[in-house]
Design a protein around this ligand. Sequence first.
Ligand SMILES: NC(=O)c1ccc[n+]([C@@H]2O[C@H](COP(=O)([O-])OP(=O)(O)OC[C@H]3O[C@@H](n4cnc5c(N)ncnc54)[C@H](OP(=O)(O)O)[C@@H]3O)[C@@H](O)[C@H]2O)c1
Length: 677
Amino acid sequence: MIKNVLITGADGQVGSELRELIENEKYQLLDVNFYFTTRKILDITHQKSVENFIQENKIDTIINCAAYTAVDEAEKQEAMANKVNKEAVEVLADIATKNNIFLLHLSTDYVFGGDHYAPFNEDEPTNPQGVYAYSKLAGEEAIQKSAPRHALIIRTSWIYSEFGHNFLHTMLKLGHSKNEISVVCDQIGTPTYARDLAATILTILQQHKQKLPEGVHVYHYSNEGSCSWYDFAQAIFEIAHLSCKVQPIYTDEYPTLAKRPHYSVLNKKKIKEAYGIEIPYWRDSLEKCIQRVDKENKRHKIGIIGSGFIATGLANQLMQNPEYEVAGILTRTDINARKDFLQNKLLTNSLDDLIATSDLIVECSGDAIYATETIDRILKANIPVVTMNSEFHVTTGSYFVDKGLITEAEGDQPGVLAILHEEAIDMGFKPVVYANIKGFLNENPSREDMEYWGARSNLSLEMVTSFTDGTKVQIEQTLVANGFGADIIKESLVKLENDDMLEGGTLLAQEAKAAGISGAVSDYLLSSKLPAGVFILAEHDQEQHDALKYYKLGDGPYYVLERTYHICHLEIIKTIKRVLHGGGVLLNNSQTPRFSVAAIAKRDLKVGESIIKAIGSFDVRGETVRIDEHLSHVPIGLLANATIKKEIKEGEIVTFDDVDLPKSLALSIWEQIISSR
Ligand SMILES: NC(=O)c1ccc[n+]([C@@H]2O[C@H](COP(=O)([O-])OP(=O)(O)OC[C@H]3O[C@@H](n4cnc5c(N)ncnc54)[C@H](OP(=O)(O)O)[C@@H]3O)[C@@H](O)[C@H]2O)c1
């Protein structure tokens, strides 16, 4: 019975294809557990670890895809090649023998010397030529000697796949960068698409699921047909439509450290008959592989920072979309402890890895200080950034405006207002009020209330508190004001209670006029009846009024352009698309922001107290302020891990004189922003 299968070397070519097939295709092995182990997880040269792993996971089948495969390097690293290809296989074989484990091991055509020109049968004499070949043959011999009750050795040749380093990838790279290359034409063999070999291995498992093979059997597997490396390179260029010319050369003109067989075509009759399989012709498989590589290259790789509500929703959505691939999800949490996350294998703690694998990164951590650090490094690596993090923008975003492509995304209210703004301008409207809509406001809610609402709406305590006490909307409308060069009617905003967009918007426009403001303003309406969206109150030229009336937009002079919803994570993809297709920035905080979000004490704050994280806390809340009138205020996004050094009364603005803040890039950027005023 096959129940628990260990796959070693799982990030190699064959191992990766096995994983792909098992995870993405419907093999009838649903009730079998597969344990994919890379060298990092399970080094096959560590006997004790292997024994423990096998025991702990009740392994009954081992597919050994791990090997030292650097053929030329092996000439210099003989001990290492032997350790992996011979000694570790000896151990695997002995464990298999002792525990009645089914061992499926991969070996190579290099065990043959290439001394004739007819396909090699399994029982023909071997004649290895170099260290790698010797070490692989020694691995085979170790299995034969230990003689597990159930074992297969599959010799294969010239493996390539869309994963890892191989001849196909080398040729595709050269084909793009060179006009002409030389490739040997007097070594004949057969390419093997690792995916075909992996599919055969799974077919073998299916057939042995109930009844294992008896004894040690050797089989040959490669694709059908034969060719030289020169023919292989020609075929790659033809299929990939690369104009690079291939010159045939002879082995003695291309000396390598390891000697290779001149001829190593394998006879596959035995495996075809034993398992009733058909093997694809090498060129047909090559076409399939190149198609997959092309598709893979066309997919945009999106990195995500943050692993909360928005990040999870976005990752799930991207995975359903064939145009995108999630490159990774950066989290500061312990990945092994994450039981809540569906895609654990995508989680990483390394920003460097995320940068190395992403075409674009979406920042949705909601943390201004952390985002400042990560975005600084991402933009330095010339990778565009899409954010769902208005907290970051109103804190240090302005510093990054000229440092690379960085934009707030659609989905959050500022992003939706930015889209409405673009549409309004395109249609010739003149925005007068950029308005958000909020259903409730309680500037000092109790912890119990917030815990209740957080649990009900499946949001974190900080999130629900920052929505309720108005901090979030103050941040959003500050970003909107800075981004569109709009004004505010008063600090902390008007927050007009009104259930009608046209009436409420008009009242705000009148207040703005009365305050002597000639341009647009940013503010919000408080209404439990209006939808959870945004709107722009706009004017249009007199000569358009009749037409606008005909279109049922009212009598004017003000018109409402509304979006009655904002669907945060589902909308981010639109901004990702915009950026990847050259659409540029949707919204940023501008290089010369006029407004910031200050921290207002919700209660008396005593000397020595700490504020761990200000946004969404019960210590402070955020309010829009004019920067020039409050040069010493601490932006609420910067207020984290702070210690109070001067008592602050309820309702007062927190200033730099009142608190000690830890050093951070965000803090020094803010100091720079202020000192330039
Ligand atoms: N490639 C060919 O053309 C070819 C031809 C004939 C036969 N074969 C045989 O086919 C099998 C699979 O080849 P492949 O092309 O898939 O190889 P590959 O891409 O080089 O993969 C081998 C994998 O083994 C891992 N590995 C190396 N040492 C290890 C250790 N001590 N413990 C655990 N894992 C270790 C490697 O991890 P790291 O990357 O971390 O080192 C790598 O992921 C091998 O047995 C090979 O000898 C290959």
